[in-house]
Each structure stands twice: as C-alpha cells, then as structure tokens.
Design a protein around this ligand. Structure first.
Ligand code: SF4
Length: 342
C-alpha cells in the first residue's frame, strides 16, 4: 500500500507566509519535524541534495515547495475542460511514461500554491467571459493534485468553491487513493472526480509510487458513495502481450465493485500511450530499467504543435483499441458515456 505523501524536504518562499495557507503549512511541517529551507522563488530551487542526476531527480520528487502562483493566466485544457486551474505543479509518483518528466525539465520538485483566493478570482473572470455558458476547470494538468491534498486541502477548498458556483465546474484525475478528507466536501455535484485506471500489468510495472488498482477502486467506491459524479480515465492504454485480457479484467473488477448508482452518470476517457523523442531520452535516463516499449518503428508519427511530433500506435492498432475497450464499456457499463479517445 502506498502511504500518503510526506515530503522529505520543504522549501518556502517568504511571500507565501503572507497567506494563511502558507503560514499553516509552515507550522504543520515544523510540527512534523521536516527540514524547512527558504527559497526566493519556487521557480529557482537550487542545491537539492544528491550526488548525481539520478539521485537529485529522486530527492526532487519528494521535495515540496510552498510558493505563490504569479501567472494567473490559465492554459487551455482540451479535450477534457476549457481551462487548467493551477493549484500545484509536479508529482511524487514515478510513472515511467509521465509527461511531467519533459514538461518540468530541470524542476521535477513539487510546488503548491497558497494564494488560493487570487486563483479563484482569476477563475471567476474566465467564467464571466463565457457566461452564461458553463466553464469547466481541470485541476490536474500539471500535477496529481489529490496526491498532496491531504497536506494542503487546496483541492477541498476548490471543490467547495465550485460547489457554490453558478457557471463553473471542476474536474481532476488521480492515481492516489487518499481521498477520505474530500468525502465530506460540499461539492453539490459540480465536481467530477476521476480516477486514472489501468490494467494491473501497467500499474505494477509502469506506475511505481502510486496507489495500486485495488486501492483506487476502493477509493472510487467511497467517492461515489459521497455523491460525486465519477469518471475513469483509462490512460495510457498500453499494448503489451496480454493487453486484451488485462483491460477486460480491469472492467470486470470495476463492474463488480461499483454500486449500481455509480454506474449511471459515469464517464470514460480513453488515451492511448504516446511518446516524443525528447521524452524517450528523459525516461531512459530517469528509469533505465523500464519495461516501457518506445520503439519508433512500431508506432505512427503524428505531427504536433511546436514542431514536436509524437509517436502513437498505428491506425489499425488504434482501431483495435477503440473497438476492444468500446465493447468492454458497452458490456459492463451500458449507461456510461465515452467522452473521447485520443
Ligand atoms: Fe505523472 Fe500522474 Fe504518475 Fe504523477 S501520478 S507521476 S502526474 S502520471
């Protein structure tokens, strides 16, 4: 069982102490006996312990930086939402394929932002711009926010904030089962709580440091019992030798464990595995023994934004994935909605 995250080292920006959450976190980490250092900016944490890149990377993944979010311009977040809402950056998980390895480059440490009211004010402006249309905010674009929320409760605040909102909705996805403090949040059905699920093989070999399948399913059952709209992101869909059986077992287990009411307003999002050439280099450096197959010859090249294309499965395999998983969804969850396959 993966225990709730406890940082080994904490950095705090002096400005973060101007906010109640910043002061609260400082006190919390002091009481926990964790070493606290000061940093002038959450973007420039230097001198992390470790003798080489490999060690430094692992130390960074267990370092939490408490800072103030200055950029309040939100990125777009297609296809799952209109905007990404930034409460944190980085993650303590060690999923070999994780896109954060390339997007965060030399800063793999975890950052949490304490100026929540300013972030909510910015969200409000985005909502007003689109009003009376609904605006969906995705809270897990640059982190697994649930993984640190037992410490910060930022997500819990956000859930309650959007619970009162007229035009805004919140969504996020997690691979962590530490959800108990979120069960009594007043969500008013305006937050879709999604779990990232995968075949047991993928979780076992490619997602170290995250909650196991059984724990995620148990957490999903609790979340559904608290009345949250529930969703599952099956990602990355990864073609290993017995993938058909592996994904079938996943759907069977979900079907068996979820109560009938949770199967009604349920969404699925399907995302196939992909990688870029720069990502492959970083993954091989950070996880040299990985079982993750990244053979360009077996993939199809897809041009992307900024000139960096990605390698996805060839067309026939994509169709096979869509057909196979589509059938599983229809069989086990006929009332669920498949939002997209990408
Ligand atoms: Fe990346 Fe999500 Fe795994 Fe964290 S849990 S390492 S964000 S894929």
């Amino acid at each position: 069982m993966v225990k709730p995250f406890v940082p080994q080292l904490v950095y705090i920006e002096p400005r973060a102490l101007e906010y109640p959450l910043g002061r609260e976190l400082k006190e919390k980490f002091e009481n926990m006996g964790i070493e606290i250092r000061e940093t002038t900016s959450h973007n420039q944490v230097r001198n992390l312990p470790g003798e080489n890149d490999f060690q430094k990377y692992r130390v960074a993944k267990s370092t939490l930086v408490v800072g103030v979010r200055k950029t309040l311009k939100f990125d777009t977040s297609k296809p799952s939402a209109e905007y990404a809402i930034p409460f944190a950056t980085g993650c303590m998980g060690h999923c070999h394929y994780c896109y954060l390895q390339t997007t965060m480059g030399s800063k793999p440490y975890i950052r949490t932002y304490v100026n929540l009211d300013e972030i909510f004010d910015a969200a409000e402006q985005y909502m007003q711009e689109r009003s009376p249309e609904e605006t969906r905010f995705e809270a897990s674009c640059t982190s697994d926010i649930v993984g640190i929320d037992h410490l910060t409760h930022s997500l819990k605040h956000a859930i309650e904030y959007f619970g009162k909102s007229e035009h805004g909705k919140l969504r996020f996805v997690t691979k962590f089962a530490h959800v108990d403090h979120l069960l009594d949040a007043e969500h008013n059905g305006r937050t879709r709580f999604r779990f990232s699920m995968n075949a047991d093989y993928v979780i076992k070999f490619l997602e170290p440091g995250t909650s196991r399948l059984k724990e995620r399913i148990e957490a999903a059952v609790k979340v559904a019992a608290s009345g949250y709209p529930l969703g599952f992101i099956i990602a990355p869909i990864y073609l290993y030798d017995e993938w058909r059986e592996g994904y079938k077992e996943l759907f069977e287990q979900l079907h068996e464990k979820l109560p009938a009411y949770a199967k009604k307003d349920l969404t699925f999002e399907l995302i196939q595995h992909r990688f870029t050439k720069p990502a492959k280099r970083v993954i091989q450096k950070n996880y040299p023994m990985t079982k993750l197959e990244m053979d360009e010859e077996r993939r199809m090249y897809k041009w992307g934004r900024y000139g960096i294309g990605k390698y996805v499965y060839p067309k026939d395999e994509q169709q096979d994935i869509q057909r196979t998983l589509g059938e599983y969804i229809e069989t086990y969850f006929p009332e669920a909605r498949l939002e997209y396959f990408t």
